[in-house]
Design a protein around this ligand. Structure first.
Ligand code: ADP
Length: 326
């Protein structure tokens, strides 16, 4: 109900829409559509009045022509606004892509030099100096991850996220990813358990990309638990799909913010308050990878109770059946 009211309010909030598109209120498509609607109603009434009061067909034709000219003018405004927004969006994506590419090399160099410093000269460093260098290493690691995420977002937005395909057992991928996350869970006193009730679930996917998706869901589940807790990763065969559920008993997501999850850069208020460490890009990328692999990603969450993030990927047999069907 709150969502519906909010949606109606958002639809009517022309200022907000114009701000989101980066145009003036009178240039926003919704405003121009309303104006166009009013003009159509007014024009129809005027043409009706003219046609019953004047016998001359010329006057009716001229008044109709004027209305058409007016509508064309407003239509061209709408098209120009949409074009401007699309151009700005394209420029932004290209800028993000170029900037990320340019940043990649210096960040890698920085990481490499820090590693060298720690390996070669560690004996000559004081505890404080080592601590500071480790901090720099941690920050450059974070910067590297952010740049990679931005590059992926730019690729998605340009429709250029290329996925390699290989046939793998989904359960193995889940077990390996869970294993690699155990150390982080342990460091935060979180119990990370997994259950795969089937031996083999063969899927045709980009293994590296899909493990990024799983990594993101599991690390989020660990990250968004306050204090101790439990994360469960459950794999199932769901009617021709390999399905995984990552369940946690963490902070959850407020109901009124759930519609925005997996949108670019979105972070819920309760997560921003407690954890500054995040970009709001992980789920956006994950959702796109899953959808491009023929699957879907969704979630259920209750604030202060916990969250369940799911995704499913068609099994190889299922894909073959679909191909035969076509
Ligand atoms: P990040 O974690 O870097 O902020 P994500 O795209 O992975 O970015 O997640 C977006 C937002 O979704 C998070 O900031 C958080 O508000 C919410 N979120 C994701 N997973 C969970 C979870 N398991 N529990 C609670 N909130 C979550």
């Amino acid at each position: 109900m709150i969502n519906f009211k909010q949606r109606v309010y958002d639809e009517l909030n022309l200022k907000k829409q114009a701000d989101e598109l980066g145009v003036k209120v009178w240039q926003s498509p919704s405003f121009l559509f309303i104006v166009m609607g009013i003009i159509i109603i007014g024009a129809m009434t005027a043409v009706y009045v003219v046609s019953i009061n004047y016998d001359s067909p010329e006057i009716v034709v001229i008044s109709e022509a004027l209305v058409v000219i007016l509508l064309f003018t407003i239509g061209s405004f709408i098209i120009r606004t949409v074009e401007e927004v699309a151009k700005a969006n394209k420029m932004k994506t290209e800028f993000v892509s170029i900037a990320s590419h340019q940043l990649k090399t210096p960040i890698s160099e920085m990481k490499w030099q820090i590693e060298l410093l720690l390996i070669k000269f560690s004996t000559g460093l004081s505890v404080k100096q080592t601590e500071i260098i480790n901090e720099i290493a941690h920050s450059s690691e974070k910067m590297g991850r952010l740049v990679n995420d931005l590059l992926d977002v730019a690729r998605i937005d340009q429709g250029q996220l290329a996925l390699a395909k290989e046939e793998i057992n989904f359960c193995d991928l889940v077990n390996d990813t869970v294993q690699s996350q155990k150390i982080f869970a342990k460091a935060r006193s979180i119990d990370l358990v997994t259950s795969c009730n089937v031996d083999k679930l063969m899927v045709l996917v980009d293994k590296r990309r899909l493990s990024v998706v799983l990594d993101n869901l599991i690390s989020n589940a660990i990250k968004y638990i306050d204090g101790n807790g439990k994360v469960e990763v459950v794999v199932e065969n769901d009617d021709g799909f390999a399905q995984v559920c990552v369940r946690d008993d963490g902070v959850g997501i407020p109901k009124n913010e759930q519609d925005n999850i997996a949108k670019k850069f979105f972070r819920s208020n309760n997560s921003i308050k407690n954890r500054t460490d995040g970009t709001g890009l992980g789920l956006y990328i994950a959702k796109n990878i899953v959808e491009q692999s023929g699957g879907k990603l969704w979630f259920k969450s209750i604030e202060n109770v916990g969250s369940e993030f799911y995704f499913s990927i068609p099994l190889v047999d299922n894909e073959k059946k679909n191909l035969n069907f076509k």
